[in-house]
Every structure is written in C-alpha cells, then in structure tokens.
Design a protein around this ligand. Structure first.
Ligand code: HEM
Length: 469
C-alpha cells in the first residue's frame, strides 16, 4: 500500500511501504533529533558538472554514517524504556543530515531539465539569495552565505565529543575538490528547569506540527491535550517524493531552510524595558512587556491564557486566540501570534492557516557568560523542514511576519510587524496596558533586535538517492 500522506503516521505500526519509507528517510524530519551540540558544514563541489565523480563518491560515503528516521525513532523508544534519568527524547548516537541546493544537484551532473522536473518548489530552485523577504542585501551576509553553496551537512547530538568525532570522520571523507566554505556551531541553552531556551531567554521549540500518532498521543495524555489546538498534520506537510531516488513509492525527502539570525540581546532587553515604561507597567507586571513581544512568558506560559508566568507545567500548547479576538491579552503583533494565528487570521483566501506551519528544528549559537547581554555573536540557527518552502517558510515570513496588516486586516491602528523577527518598516503598534482590558495604548515600534546574516534552501534527499550516486 502506498504511504498515506494525507494523515499522520503511527511509526510503531508501520508496515510495507510506510515502513520502508521510514528506513529510507533521513532522521530529524518527522521528529526533532537532539542537537544540543550541533556542527554544520557548508560545502562547495569545486569540479564542474562535467566531472561529478568526486562529489558523488563523497555523498555515497556519507550515507552509511546517516541513521534513518526508523532507527532514530527506535533509539528514542529504547532510551525511554531504559529510563535513563527519565530522559525524554534523548538519543544515543549522533545524527548526520545532508541537504543539497539546486546548484549542488547541477554539480552532481544532473541536467537543468531533470532538476526542473524533479522539484516543484520554485523557492528551492531560485534559492534564498533571490527571495523577497526584506532581508539585508546579500553583500551584507556573512562570507560563506554570499558564496554559491552546494551542500550542507548537519551533525547533532547530546555530547560534544561524539559530535566532534563524527565531524572529523566526515572531514576525512572529503577529497580536495570538496571544500568547506562555512561552518556553524550550535550550542543549546537551557533554563534552570532544563528547558530549551533561545538567547532572549524564552522557552523555544514548544509548538510544533506533529506528524506521528505516537507524538500526538503523548501531547494528548502528558503535555496538556489537543482538544483546543490540535497540532496534528498530515505527512504531506513535511514529506515530498524524492523523484531522483530509485523508488518513488518509498523514497521521500524534505525541503530544508537554514537562516542565521543574530540576536542583539541588549537591544531586546532595552525594548522590553522601553515598552514596560511606555505602558507604565509596574513591578511583577513589567514582565508582561517581553511576553507581549513574544506571545509567551519566558517560562512558556501563553500570554493569551494568563497575565503572569508560572501557571502551567508542562507548558501547554492547547490554546487558540478565540477568547482574545480583540488582542486584549496577547497582541496581534506578538511573535507566536504572527507566526501561528491559530485560526484567528482574517484572510478569506486562507481557508486553513495551519497548512503554512513548518517543522522547526533550530538551534541557538554563540557562547556567553552569565549576566552578559551580547549585542552580536549569538543568535539562532533557524532551521525548518517544509514540503513547500514557498507555502510554508516564505509564506510565513512574507505574508504574516513582515506584513503589518496581518492578522487583523483593516483594523486601525494596524497590528504591525512581528515584534521579534519582522523585517521592514515598523509602524507604531497598540498594546493592552492592562491584561484583558480593551483600552490599548499606541507606542512607537520597538527596534529590530534580530539581524539575518545569511541562509539557504536545501533538499534533504532520501538515503537510497545518496547511496545510488
Ligand atoms: C532569532 C529569531 C527567533 C526567535 C528568538 C524565536 C523565538 C521563538 C519563541 C520563544 C517561540 C515560542 C516557543 C514555541 O511556541 O515553540 C517561537 C515560536 C515560533 N516561532 Fe520563532 N523565533 C525566531 C525565529 C523564527 C522564524 C524565522 C520563524 C519563521 C519564519 C519562526 C516561527 C515560529 C513559529 C511558527 C512558532 C510557533 C508558534 C505557535 O505555534 O504558537 N520563528 N519562536
């Protein structure tokens, strides 16, 4: 039976083509892989398309180092059963992921026509340099991202030793015509309760589309339920047929976006303070200023549900903005309301907003000492898997994040840009001075504290494709 792409999958009960698909799929796509330590290599294949042998050989040699989605899921299950410190989704072996750009496929000797037929996603084919996302000009991107990137290799794991060892093993497979033009090092940050946070100090990675029935069951029974907000998404929201692979029925891949987003922590802290002052927020209520920028308090408590942090353990994701239609609790311009309006967007053409959600797999980068408020050198390596970069990542950044009228078209004053990642002119925004009270106060827009330093689009092919080269 062909893989049912219209529904989530139970991996434990998968048989036939669905089981083969899991054995042929890269890890980290259907379920995030632990990547507290993360190494990224950006590669160029120096030889032209007429001489693709070295690039092809390199990729076939990499394939045996990569675990499949099935192996990853099995490892997580075994690890949980062994009850190592009650660790949740920790894995035992590092993850190796590989993606190729359109230029990378050309260097493997594939023709423009073959690539055009194999990939439908126009964003993938034109690359991030040609995107209209109000990014800084490419001349201001970091050097590696200004170049033509052909491939990306990700190595993620729980401890730095095994990640470094794997990176070295991979470097050892390179021949002289495979150049490393850029490297990134991801380093997970955790709060006192052990939860993953980003550099502004907020719990991150909580809300995700879920593609596995087992993850949905866990969300239902242990993580706050799915009765109000259902994170269920069909496989087709993240998987696409790998048309260049040997078997189109069982070989799938996913489009991958990488964006290096530098965070000016001092500027963001200042923005939180300025907003609290402008709204005359006092004492404990001052924390609400930052929560209004993000949409959750630092500990993850959704602002639309509570006026103060600390209400939910584990942090719930079971909410919408149905009881907050006027944005009197959580402003429209808060990061999580802009990037997932949860049914409260008002564009008729957009019948199902959840189709634009993507599987976020980002990791923080840069080191800092306690109490430091770095202005540069730290940030987020934003990463996400998509079945359409055009409809998911780019749609979100362009039509929601950067678009001042979303999600309340025609309202005066306009909602404004996403206060965390919005790019472009920021009009003044209106904020509820008292949580839950209609009266709002207009305040000049907070300054942008996130700067895009470069990025690219890739396709993460199936394992049989890599082996077949
Ligand atoms: C430095 C940049 C960024 C920071 C600091 C940041 C921070 C956060 C935080 C703290 C959350 C709340 C935790 C959660 O619900 O998972 C979140 C959620 C989210 N972010 Fe970001 N983010 C950044 C970049 C991006 C980008 C580039 C996108 C996509 C264009 C994005 C899309 C989302 C989405 C879709 C959610 C989940 C919203 C929901 O379902 O409620 N983020 N982010």
């Amino acid at each position: 039976m062909p893989v049912d792409l219209k529904n989530p999958l139970s991996w434990k009960n998968a048989t036939g083509d669905a089981d083969t698909m899991l054995q042929n799929l890269q890890a980290n796509i259907l379920k995030g892989h632990v990547r507290d330590h993360l190494g990224i290599l950006l590669l160029q294949f120096d030889k032209g398309p007429e001489d693709p042998t070295e690039a092809r050989t390199f990729l076939t040699r990499l394939a045996p180092l990569m675990k499949s989605a099935k192996t990853h899921l099995q490892e997580v299950k075994d690890h949980k059963q062994n009850g190592s410190n009650g660790a949740s989704d920790t894995d035992t072996s590092p993850y190796v992921g590989v993606g190729l750009t359109k230029d990378g496929y050309l260097r493997l000797g594939l023709s423009e026509q073959a690539i055009d037929e194999a990939f439908e996603d126009e964003a993938f084919k034109r690359g991030m340099k040609g995107a209209h996302l109000k990014d800084p000009p490419t001349t201001q991107w970091e050097d590696a991202y200004q170049k033509e990137i052909h491939a990306i290799v990700l190595v993620g794991g729980a401890d730095p030793g095994s990640v470094d060892a794997k990176l070295q093993e991979i470097e050892g497979l390179r021949t002289s015509s495979i150049s490393v033009i850029g490297r990134e090092t991801g380093l997970g940050l955790r709060d006192a309760a052990g939860r993953g946070i980003e550099h502004f100090g907020y719990v991150d990675g909580r809300s995700q589309p879920l593609f596995l029935k087992e993850d949905l069951e866990e969300e239902e029974s242990q993580k706050g339920g799915t009765s109000i907000w259902d994170p269920k998404q069909p496989l087709e929201r993240v998987l696409v047929e790998d048309r260049l692979a040997p078997n189109k029925v069982t070989d799938f891949g996913s489009y991958f976006v990488l964006r290096k987003l530098e965070q000016n922590v001092r500027a963001f802290r200042q923005a939180e303070d300025d907003l609290a002052n402008a709204l005359n927020l006092k004492d404990g209520d001052r924390e609400r200023a930052g929560a209004m920028l993000v949409g959750r308090f630092k500990d993850g408590t959704p602002l639309t549900l509570e006026p103060a942090p600390g209400a939910h353990v584990p942090v719930t994701n079971n909410f919408t903005y149905a009881d907050d239609a006027g944005a009197d609790k959580c402003p429209f311009q808060a990061h999580i309301r802009k990037t997932n309006p949860r049914g409260s967007g008002d564009f008729e053409s957009d019948s199902d907003e959840s189709t634009h959600l993507m599987a976020r797999r980002g990791q923080t980068y840069g080191e800092r000492s306690d109490g430091d408020l770095p202005e540069s050198g730290v940030g987020l390596l934003f990463m996400a898997f998509n079945s359409s970069l055009l409809d998911q990542f780019e749609f979100t950044q362009k039509n929601w994040v950067n678009f001042a009228d979303f999600p309340a078209h025609g309202s005066e004053p306009r909602p404004g840009l996403d206060q965390v990642i919005g790019q472009g002119d920021r009009p003044p925004a209106t904020w509820p001075q008292v949580w839950g009270e209609e009266e709002g106060k207009e305040v000049p827009a907070v300054a942008q504290a996130v700067t895009m330093k470069g990025g690219e689009y890739f396709f993460m092919p199936s394992l049989p494709f890599l082996r077949s080269l």
